[in-house]
Design a protein around this ligand. Structure first.
Ligand SMILES: Nc1ncnc2c1ncn2[C@@H]1O[C@H](COP(=O)(O)OP(=O)(O)OP(=O)(O)O)[C@@H](O)[C@H]1O
Length: 223
């Protein structure tokens, strides 16, 4: 299994006013499968993704990703576990404004000690259709192009699992659908597992499985 979550809880907020955000989530996602995560605003989708991606620590239960028990790792170990294993694409592109497209993709790999970061970055930027924009800064790129850079950054180290949180939320319809095509195309090329948060039923229909959340629970899981 790429992802195995058992009875995952997440409680945030001050100890005298705790807020129960995830209330016992069970989830199994096999390798290579694409999953759409649906549910109303505030149902816990982003929180669940943060826990599964190792960005947030579960308060209880167990999270095993690619065979690693995230619930047993400390912050540094979690950061190391993410490298080369997990790629993340968010609604806001989160590119560093002082770095070129090439540097935005290469520098995280360089810091992670991954071999040939600039060569890999250039190749991945070509794969997302930005081979002619390597030296451009984010401010010189359109929203769709910035999201392509973010996708290249998420994919360049060939992760086994890709998490995407409403990746087209800041884009117009036609730019958004070309970004989705690209995400699915790159995922297929890598054979990666994909978990994508979306409000778009058409996008959900493209995934192998749909999981619905409500009130911190998984309420429906359909093949
Ligand atoms: N740090 C925090 N402290 C307290 N409550 C939080 C914190 N972060 C998130 N929440 C609450 O947890 C609930 C779930 O939030 P989450 O962002 O996971 O939902 P979501 O389903 O992704 O929503 P959306 O579709 O609007 O992005 C919300 O009620 C939110 O207000």
């Amino acid at each position: 299994m790429a992802i195995r979550a058992s009875n995952v809880t997440l409680t945030l907020g001050a100890s005298d006013a705790p807020v129960s955000i995830l209330r016992g989530v069970d989830l199994e996602v096999p390798y290579g499968v694409s999953v759409a995560l649906l549910g109303p605003s505030g149902s816990g989708k982003s929180s669940l993704m943060a826990v599964l991606a190792g960005l947030e620590r579960a308060s209880g239960g167990s999270v095993v990703v690619d065979g690693l028990n995230f619930t047993e790792l400390d912050e540094d170990e979690l950061a190391r576990a993410r490298r080369g294993r997990i790629g993340i694409v968010l609604q806001a592109f989160h590119l560093l404004p002082t770095m070129t497209a090439l540097e935005n993709v290469a520098v995280p790999m360089e810091l992670a000690g991954i071999d040939d970061p600039f060569g890999r970055a250039a190749k991945e930027l070509e794969a997302v259709g930005l081979g002619h924009r390597l030296a451009h800064y984010p401010s010189q790129l359109s929203g769709g192009e910035q999201q392509r850079v973010a996708i290249a950054r998420a994919m360049a180290a060939a992760p086994k699992i890709i998490f995407a949180d409403e990746p087209t939320g800041n884009l117009d319809g036609s730019t958004g659908s070309s970004i989705i095509d690209l995400l699915f195309e790159r995922r297929a090329a890598l054979g990666a597992t994909l978990l994508i948060i979306t409000h778009d039923p058409a996008l959900a229909a493209r995934c192998d499985r749909v999981i619905a959340m409500q009130d911190g629970h998984v309420v429906e899981s359909a093949a």
